[in-house]
Each structure stands twice: as structure tokens, then as C-alpha cells.
Design a protein around this ligand. Structure first.
Ligand code: NAD
Length: 313
């Protein structure tokens, strides 16, 4: 009897009722075909979702698709997926020439450059084309979800979905609600993320959330250690790999994340928490000013243009 009453309560609960009416998320859009946009598309397509990706130029999409294909080949070689799965996943990924191509998406994940002005412009251009019920997610590493959500016409259907890099390999997705994010949006998005086989950690909306609040000051400190001459690139990375059992040294990891992204996150922490302990290291600023952004530009704390990465200091 009690169970019947509980069942009736769930039916009457407006959040469950609305969630049922809307049904599950099916069609995904992604803005930004960089390392994260491509990685998220990889995961989403392998899980059976249709996904369309926009970027400033078609070549960025072509590069992302080639990288996805190569990474899926590695998964075939290690027995994680079959050739058939790769073929059908690749066929599910299409290029979105304009924001209009997101008009049937249930969820659009913004994964463009970590720059608030860029992201704001994207949301302003994107929202008029979306279905009224569509959810907008952002993969930002650090920027306030509440502030980004406020630039859209749907702050209650706006949410932070922070996939880790590389998205196909890393198990975690941080989920961050803005002040206005409603329960239906949180519930539908959570179900979607779980359907990708990912584990969720829920973070409050504070600068850089949890993972990067902890990780980036460590990377910044490694750059200070280099800047002050305490150790060379090689010595610092070896120290942390063998001395702390980190799978990658902090400078190697910085190159992997992208030094522009690392600097943006430190700036968000520094400004958002108004604490001098987060000041970005001047050497990190210098590398970014030189356009040495790490792996993606083939030069950062290491030079990747030869056969083997060579330290640049
Ligand atoms: P990236 O530099 O590899 O890619 C960014 C892409 O966004 C580029 O292809 C660029 O052309 C595109 N872009 C820029 N402006 C655009 C616009 N107006 N419209 C469409 N596309 C546009 O960067 P990334 O590492 O993929 O990071 C993307 C986002 O994911 C950032 O918010 C970053 O903080 C976040 N993130 C990064 C990592 C990481 O380790 N790199 C991890 C988690 C989250």
C-alpha cells in the first residue's frame, strides 16, 4: 500500500512529470571542434547519439574528425570497440555550418576557447535557433556558470558539464548548476552523462570548480619553480612523476591542457577569488604571448616538432 502511495507521489511530482513529458536527450550539438569538442563528440557518438559540431572553419571539424577516427582505431587495437562501432559512430558525427543546424538539438554543449567574451558571443548567436526546451551546457574549465547562463535566454536550462581531457579516456564529468538551473535540466542532463558511462561529481559554482581549483595552482607552482630556477623542465617533471607518482609531470600536463587554457583558468581564480596566491606565473604569460601553447601548437614547455619531445628550458 505504502509503495502504491509513493508511486502516486512520483507521478504527481511536477519535476518527474515534466522530465517524462520531455523524454530523454537524443540529439546533441557541440560548439568548438578543438581537443575537447572532438573528444566529447567521440564519446557521445560511440554511445549512440547523433552529434553535430560547429567551429569557425570547416577545416577544424575535418581535423577533429580525423583525430576521432585515429583515436577510435587505438580503441579497436586494444579491443575496447569493434570496427562496426567505429563506422557507425563516425557516421553519426556531422558538421554544423551555422547555428541554425542546432535547431533540432536537445542539448548543445559549448566547448569553444576558454574566453568569456567568445563564449558570450556564441550563446547570443546560438539561442535564437534552439527549441524552447533545449538545454545549453558549457564545458568551461573555470568561468561562472551563473554569469554565462545569464547571457542566454534560458538560465534555468543552462548547466556546466565539465568533461576531462581526453574525454574518451577520463571517467569523470563535473556537473555544475548555475543559480537558476532547474531540477528538470539537472535531472535530464545527469541521465545523459550517466548514459555515456561517466561518473559525476557535483560542484558548486565557484571559480574553476573542484578539479581545476586544485590542479591548476599546482601546475602554476611548477611554472614558478621553473621560473625561479629551482629546477629544469625535465627535473621538475621527473620529480613529480617519480616522487609523487603522478602519471604526467606538471609541465607535460600543462602542455597537454594548453597553456592558453591554463592561463585563463589562473586568471579566473585570481580575479574570482581575489587572492594573490592564484597570480599567474609571468613565465606562463610569456609562453602564451609567444604563441607557444603546448601540444596543440607543437611547442610549449616541450618542443614537439621532432621525433621526441625536447624541453624548451
Ligand atoms: P582548443 O583550443 O583545442 O579548441 C577550441 C576550439 O573552439 C577551436 O577549434 C576554436 O576554433 C573553436 N572556437 C573558438 N571560437 C569559436 C566560435 N566563435 N564558434 C565556434 N568555435 C569556436 O580548446 P579546448 O582545449 O578544446 O578547450 C575548449 C573548452 O573546454 C574550454 O572552455 C576549456 O577550458 C575546456 N576544457 C579544456 C580542457 C583541456 O584540458 N584542454 C579540459 C576540460 C575542459
Amino acid at each position: 500500500m505504502d509503495d502504491i502511495v509513493k508511486g502516486a507521489d512520483i507521478l504527481a511530482d511536477p519535476v518527474s512529470q515534466r522530465t517524462r513529458e520531455l523524454g530523454p536527450i537524443r540529439k546533441i550539438g557541440i560548439v568548438g571542434a578543438g581537443q575537447m569538442g572532438g573528444g566529447i563528440a567521440h564519446v557521445v557518438a560511440l554511445s549512440g547519439y547523433d552529434v553535430t559540431i560547429n567551429d569557425v572553419a570547416k577545416e577544424r571539424f575535418d581535423t577533429a574528425l580525423a583525430a576521432i577516427d585515429k583515436n577510435m582505431s587505438r580503441q579497436i587495437a586494444s579491443g575496447k570497440i569493434s570496427e562496426d562501432e567505429r563506422e557507425s559512430a563516425i557516421a553519426r558525427i556531422t558538421f554544423a555550418e551555422s547555428m541554425q543546424d542546432f535547431s533540432d538539438a536537445d542539448l548543445v554543449i559549448e566547448a569553444a576557447t576558454e574566453d568569456e567574451t567568445v563564449k558570450r558571443k556564441i550563446f547570443v548567436g546560438l539561442c535564437p535557433f534552439l527549441k524552447p526546451d533545449a538545454i545549453v551546457g558549457t564545458n568551461t574549465s573555470s568561468i561562472s556558470i551563473t554569469r554565462l547562463g545569464a547571457t542566454t535566454d534560458r538560465p534555468e536550462r543552462f548547466i556546466g558539464l565539465h568533461f576531462m581531457n581526453p574525454a574518451p579516456v577520463m571517467e569523470l564529468v563535473e556537473m555544475i548548476r548555475g543559480i537558476a538551473t532547474d531540477d528538470v535540466t539537472f535531472g535530464r542532463t545527469k541521465e545523459f552523462v550517466e548514459s555515456l558511462g561517466k561518473t559525476i561529481a557535483v560542484s558548486e559554482d565557484f571559480p574553476a570548480f573542484m578539479v581545476n581549483r586544485i590542479l591548476l595552482p599546482m601546475i602554476n607552482e611548477a611554472v614558478y619553480t621553473l621560473y625561479e630556477g629551482v629546477g629544469s623542465v625535465d627535473a621538475i617533471d621527473t620529480a613529480m612523476r617519480l616522487g609523487a607518482h603522478h602519471p604526467m609531470g606538471p609541465l607535460q600536463l600543462a602542455d597537454f591542457i594548453g597553456l592558453d587554457t591554463c592561463l585563463s583558468i589562473m586568471q579566473v581564480l585570481y580575479e574570482g577569488l581575489a587572492d594573490s596566491k592564484y597570480r599567474p606565473c609571468p613565465l606562463l604569460v610569456k609562453y602564451v604571448e609567444a604563441g607557444w601553447l603546448g601540444r596543440k601548437t607543437k611547442r610549449g614547455f616541450y618542443d614537439y616538432r621532432g621525433e621526441k619531445p625536447m624541453p624548451t628550458r
